[in-house]
Design a protein around this ligand. Structure first.
Ligand code: ZN
Ligand code: ZN
Ligand code: ZN
Length: 322
């Protein structure tokens, strides 16, 4: 169509993956929502990760491997690691669930910085335990049905693989030595926020609308506090822009430490099976919206923010690639 903007195919400098950024269509497509709202899994009852179940001895969720002490609310633990009763890895002993909080009805964006730091410190400690066993740990969090979680209680997983995970391997060259793309930095247009020890950026080629990466300032062992601060700001900014949405986190420790904060703002379209991710919000616009939300962290409680969101809402043009 003459004059219509064309889609932009982008390759991510870090992951090497390809994204198609689709411009606003001239005719709105009303069949699909802008954003897939958060749906939590029903899980099993009583919740196997809640203190009432866990502290009664004989946890229903699996054998404990490590815990971090809690505070007044629940001194026994604020985060606890368990062997996964339903392991997804080669070696059954190498699959652990990390319960991220003693509170059932929250997520990493809702924890205070000390609690979130303790949760990430435990995930990193369990990853180190896997390395000492000669395995290659993969650390991730899934929150919500569309992100693949089966329990609503906030939790992450650490699984030990016999070889480095393919995602880390694909990034290795981009993070090597003096040519590290994360040391090179992102443009100001990609920057969402800075926190002590980390920056939050929108990737060159996002996996999905409002994808973010928390990039730690330095190579070497990652600071759990910097990760917690960055992930907290990223998740709260996300929520302020999109409303409650499912998300995944993947923590990459090797090379230049960073965390992929990937919201499940869309259902799978089919394109991704061909190796192409799709975005419908221009990444620069996504970064601008997230930046504004992050600049007043906690903006979701303010009415002004939601009015802004309404005004800015683009025509409904989510597609399932029909
Ligand atoms: Zn629970
Ligand atoms: Zn670097
Ligand atoms: Zn990565």
């Amino acid at each position: 169509m003459p004059g219509a903007p064309s889609a932009d195919l982008r390759r991510d400098r870090l992951t090497g993956l390809t994204s198609l950024v689709v411009p606003a269509w001239e005719t709105a497509k009303a069949a699909n929502p802008d954003v897939v709202a958060l749906e939590l899994p029903r899980g099993t009852r009583p919740c196997p990760f809640c203190p009432e179940q866990m502290d009664g001895g004989g946890s229903r969720a699996g054998e404990e491997t490590e815990r971090v002490a809690g505070r007044e609310r629940h001194p026994a633990w604020s985060a606890i690691a368990l062997r996964n009763r339903w392991p997804h890895t080669v070696d059954r002993a190498a699959a652990e669930v990390v319960v991220l909080s003693d509170v059932h009805d929250t997520d990493l964006g809702g924890l205070d910085l000390d609690e979130a730091t303790a949760a990430f410190a435990l995930m990193l400690a369990r990853a180190e335990a896997q390395r000492l066993e000669g395995r290659f740990p993969l650390l991730f969090v899934n929150h919500g049905v569309n992100a693949g979680s089966s329990q609503p209680h906030p939790h992450g997983q650490v699984i030990g693989l016999p070889t480095p995970d393919p995602g880390s391997r694909a990034e290795a060259l981009a993070l090597a030595g003096s040519r590290c793309v994360l040391c090179e930095g992102a443009s100001e247009a990609q920057l969402v926020a800075r926190v002590p020890g980390a920056a939050i950026v929108v990737p060159d080629a996002p996996a999905v609308d409002y994808d973010q990466t928390v990039v730690l300032d330095e190579h070497g062992a990652p600071s759990p506090r910097a990760i917690a601060a960055g992930v907290g700001v990223a998740l709260r900014a996300l929520r302020a822009v999109t409303g409650p949405v499912a998300y995944n986190l993947v923590v990459h420790e090797v090379g230049h430490p960073h965390v992929h904060v990937t919201p499940r703002t869309a259902y799978h379209s089919g394109y991704e099976l061909g190796g192409i991710r799709t975005c419908y919000v221009d990444p620069a616009l996504a970064a601008e919206r997230l930046r504004r939300a992050a600049s007043s962290d906690g903006v979701e409680e303010q009415d002004e923010g939601s009015e802004d969101r309404e005004r800015e809402r683009e025509p409904d043009r989510r597609t399932d690639a029909a």
